[in-house]
Design a binder for this molecule. Structure first.
Ligand SMILES: Cc1cc2nc3c(=O)[nH]c(=O)nc-3n(C[C@H](O)[C@H](O)[C@H](O)COP(=O)(O)OP(=O)(O)OC[C@H]3O[C@@H](n4cnc5c(N)ncnc54)[C@H](O)[C@@H]3O)c2cc1C
Length: 314
């Protein structure tokens, strides 16, 4: 059976896998993290949880709207505010549902590829990565942010010059937890014109979240994030907490405070095509960087990648 290696189990890679499987093709997902979803992520610590990456998603196109309706029916997505959807009980839920039943190798940071008579093999720094099946792939899909796809495409000798056009803004996220009896703001989120903070989400107001604490996720502005990207995460808590206190008036000491640095957070400049494919190398690339800074764009790009491959392999 023709098998395809998909590098990256975020929304784009999982959408590609889902569509390839529906067309009767087999694939193996390689993911460097322990779990699925990429930037649609949930940090769990004790009784607390935070969606510290993507906050919500919208569905502008009818195909994605249908997908969202299916997720809602399956109970892995809920509406936070009219037209604004979240994974439930956490942002990773739809990704976990999509990964079920696929061959996946997690905690595998792919560093390159080798092409032999049977097809491509996938390797990390230690050598060829053990995976279900015979370990030889007819095609490779790079479903990772463009700057991370560039060296991987080079390792396969694939010609995908558009990768260089995509640009990302970084984002530093601050996760805060307060006792459950603290006054909860009425709005699900606020956007701010602050020099440091762009957005505060009332994270525990999302449907299906634990009620052990009131949680907030603070996203720093791109410029602020850029100038603090190389700081240690523990050094980022104090300055962002100070701004949070200044803009919200909440002076209480948080039960928990932690910062996360997203180096490739939101696409600033997309490639402007649904996906890219080098038919000679049989290497494709997809992700939000193709179409824009949204979960839906990543899904659309992954689906387009699968359609391109299906056509090519037939
Ligand atoms: C702070 C923040 C806020 C956001 N807010 C929103 C929002 O409100 N609404 C919205 O729609 N979108 C939002 N987004 C954007 C949204 O999360 C992304 O557009 C979407 O999740 C991208 O999916 P993707 O599959 O293209 O990439 P990713 O989710 O980045 O998936 C790529 C995957 O590849 C893996 N990977 C990378 N390199 C390798 C390697 N060498 N080997 C193996 N695996 C590898 C990564 O671990 C990751 O799991 C936000 C993102 C961030 C970070």
């Amino acid at each position: 059976m023709t098998t395809i290696a998909i590098i990256g189990a975020g929304m784009a890679g999982l959408a590609a896998a889902q569509r390839l499987r529906a067309a009767g093709l087999s694939c193996v997902l390689f993911e460097k993290s322990r779990g699925f979803g990429g930037r649609m992520s949930t940090r769990r610590t004790g009784d607390l949880q935070f969606d510290h990456g993507a906050q919500y998603f919208t569905a502008r196109g009818s195909d994605f709207f249908t997908q969202v309706a299916r997720w809602r029916e399956a109970g892995v997505v809920a509406e936070w505010s009219p037209g604004f959807y979240v994974g439930a009980p956490g942002m990773t839920a739809p990704a976990r549902a999509m990964a079920a039943g696929h061959a996946c190798v997690t905690q595998a940071q792919v560093s390159g590829f080798t092409r032999g008579g049977d097809g491509w093999t996938v390797r990390d720094e230690a050598g060829v990565i053990e995976a279900p099946g015979n370990g030889a792939y007819a095609a490779i899909v790079l479903a990772v942010p463009a700057p991370q796809a560039t060296p991987l495409a080079a390792s396969a000798g694939a010609h995908i010059p558009e990768l260089a056009a995509a640009r990302y803004a970084p984002c530093i996220a601050l996760m805060l937890a307060y006792p459950p009896d603290i006054r909860q703001p009425e709005e699900p989120w606020v956007r701010l014109a602050d020099p440091a903070i762009a957005w505060i989400a009332n994270d525990s107001s999302k449907p299906g979240r634990p009620d052990a604490a009131r949680t907030a996720v603070v996203h720093a502005r791109p410029d602020w994030s850029r100038s603090h990207l190389e700081d240690k995460p523990e050094d980022l808590v104090a300055p962002l907490l100070e701004r949070f206190r200044a803009v919200t008036g909440v002076s209480a000491e948080p039960l928990y405070a932690s910062a996360h640095r997203w180096r490739y957070a939101l696409v600033e400049q997309e490639a402007g095509v649904a996906c890219l494919f080098d038919a000679e190398a049989m290497v494709g690339a997809c992700g939000d960087w193709c179409l824009g800074p949204r979960v839906e764009a990543a899904w659309d790009s992954g689906c387009a990648m699968a359609d391109t491959l299906i056509k090519s392999l037939r």
